[in-house]
Design a protein. Structure first.
Length: 476
């Protein structure tokens, strides 16, 4: 049988009309509709639950950590009508209590409620809590241990795939002088890993496995989809905030909220008030601080790294972008380097492609009065023979001298030297304050500690760290 072009056009138009009418009727049903004895139409799949879609996902450690970035998330939520979701990696079970006697699990229950109420005041309702323990440390490796690193990453990747954020904001994964809580750092580590892994279908594949009967019970497979966020930002609680500027956008507390007609500083204080157990005597100081964001990654074209968070972002999903991955560095046959969290971050930042954005963070720590300063060192011997290597310390004024020490390091081995330093001299007073865009910052005295490694009198390596002589806030 032969069709003319006119006849073919009529047939195609009729087929298109039939498909349109059938699809409209079928959209009302999830059951297959029979066309003939041998052909049926599969049920239409439901879309992802849009109630939990986020524009920005904030990943932090403790209830009240969100106050460190309130200038931005309040502005984004109330004035820009962005959907903000928050993940806390702990429930704050080791925090102090300025409101009552409750401690441990009881204060964790209180702090969870405080967080939900405080965030609700900024229009933020989707809040999740992981199962990590609040750990009083500044060592990220200790916090990752008590957090349950693998479980926390599993849960965080799941929530990234559920919320499908365009932007992830988290604590900066680096060791800085300041409060520098290990849990803060650990949440930044897990958030960075989740940013890099949530788009990979081979990571936690059970999450992206399609359930056999999604409309039934006793099923398996979570029915999520891989998701690649577009931007990753860090923020920090470093005591010397000025060094964080110009690595990303800045949001000021003195700016006026368009929806509320008051400054963000005033809104910050109201949000802080709802954290009654955590009220800080420096509340007014903290609530007036600028928010310095650090652009760690962007997979969309932006005007500049200091442009607004939303610059360059559309609602179109992007493809998965794999992280560079770990690469062993090339070092001298004999060498010494900072160990512990500093050695970890050196590897971590390279593996996740954030070494260049964080290159401005130099090795640093802080010393608290009446305490020891912990400095881990790794002494490397990559030769084929064991070596007796001599480590010499240059500590400077006020420190208890440390004698030269001989370390026997096996061939192709590493000796983890643990140094605990103390001072004889009192801490010097802080210098005059310096002005920042909207507040003042103390200028803290610093000293540089230095170590040299020798082999038979020959210099083979060195390491150093800058020490801020200030109260660190969390015991080391």
């Amino acid at each position: 049988m032969m069709f003319s072009m006119k006849d073919l056009g009529t047939v195609l138009a009729a087929a298109a009309l039939f498909a349109f009418l059938f699809s409209g009727a079928h959209a009302q049903s999830t059951q297959p509709a029979q066309l003939t004895a041998n052909v049926v139409i599969a049920p239409q799949l439901p879309k992802a639950d849009d109630r939990y879609k986020a524009d920005v996902l904030l990943i932090v450690a403790h209830p009240d950590d969100d106050t460190g970035i309130l200038n931005y998330i309040t502005r984004a939520s109330l004035d820009e009508h962005k959907r903000i979701a928050v993940i806390f990696s702990t429930r704050g079970n080791a925090g102090g209590n300025a409101a009552g006697m409750e401690q441990s699990k009881a204060i964790a229950d209180e702090r969870e409620m405080e967080a939900r109420r405080s965030l609700a005041a900024s229009g933020i309702e989707n809040v999740w809590f992981l199962h990590g323990l609040d750990t009083a440390t500044q060592d990220v490796l200790h916090s990752l241990e008590t957090l349950g690193h693998g479980e926390a990453l599993d849960e965080t990747v799941r929530l990234v795939r559920l919320t499908r954020p365009e932007v992830i904001i988290t604590w900066m994964p680096a060791y800085v002088a300041g409060e520098n809580h290990g849990d803060h750092q650990a949440s930044g580590v897990v958030a960075t890993e989740a940013f890099d892994l949530a788009g990979d279908p081979t990571v936690f594949p059970e999450q992206v496995n399609a359930p056999r009967r999604y409309y039934s019970i006793n099923n398996y497979g979570e029915g999520l989809h891989p998701w690649q966020a577009k931007k990753l930002y860090y923020f920090s609680d470093a005591s010397h905030q000025d060094f964080l500027a110009h690595h990303g956008p800045t949001y000021l507390a003195r700016d006026i909220s368009k929806s509320k007609g008051v400054s963000y500083a005033a809104l910050n204080r109201k949000a802080w008030d709802l954290y009654a157990t955590q009220i800080d005597p420096l509340l007014d100081y903290y609530s007036s601080m600028p928010d310095y964001l650090i652009l760690a990654k962007s997979y969309v074209k932006t005007t500049s790294k200091e442009a607004d968070v939303w610059d360059g972002i559309s609602d179109k999903p992007i493809a998965f972008v794999p992280a560079p991955g770990y690469r062993a560095g090339v070092s001298s046959p004999l060498s010494v380097e900072l160990g512990g969290p500093w050695a970890f971050y050196k590897q971590f930042q390279i593996a996740h492609g954030v070494a260049e954005p964080l290159s401005f963070v130099k090795p640093q720590t802080a010393f608290s009065s009446n305490s020891e300063l912990w400095v881990p060192l790794l002494i490397h011997n990559d030769t084929d023979q064991p070596r007796d290597l001599v480590l010499s310390s240059t500590l400077g004024e006020g420190w208890v001298p440390v004698k030269d020490t001989v370390y026997h390091v096996e061939a192709h081995g590493v000796y983890p030297a643990q140094l605990f330093l103390t001072r004889t001299a009192p801490l010097p007073p802080s210098a005059a304050i310096t002005q920042t865009p909207s507040s003042v910052m103390p200028v803290t005295p610093t000293q540089e500690l230095h170590w040299t490694l020798t082999d038979g009198g020959k210099h083979v390596g060195e390491a150093s760290i800058t020490v801020y002589l200030e109260y660190n806030g969390v015991p080391q």
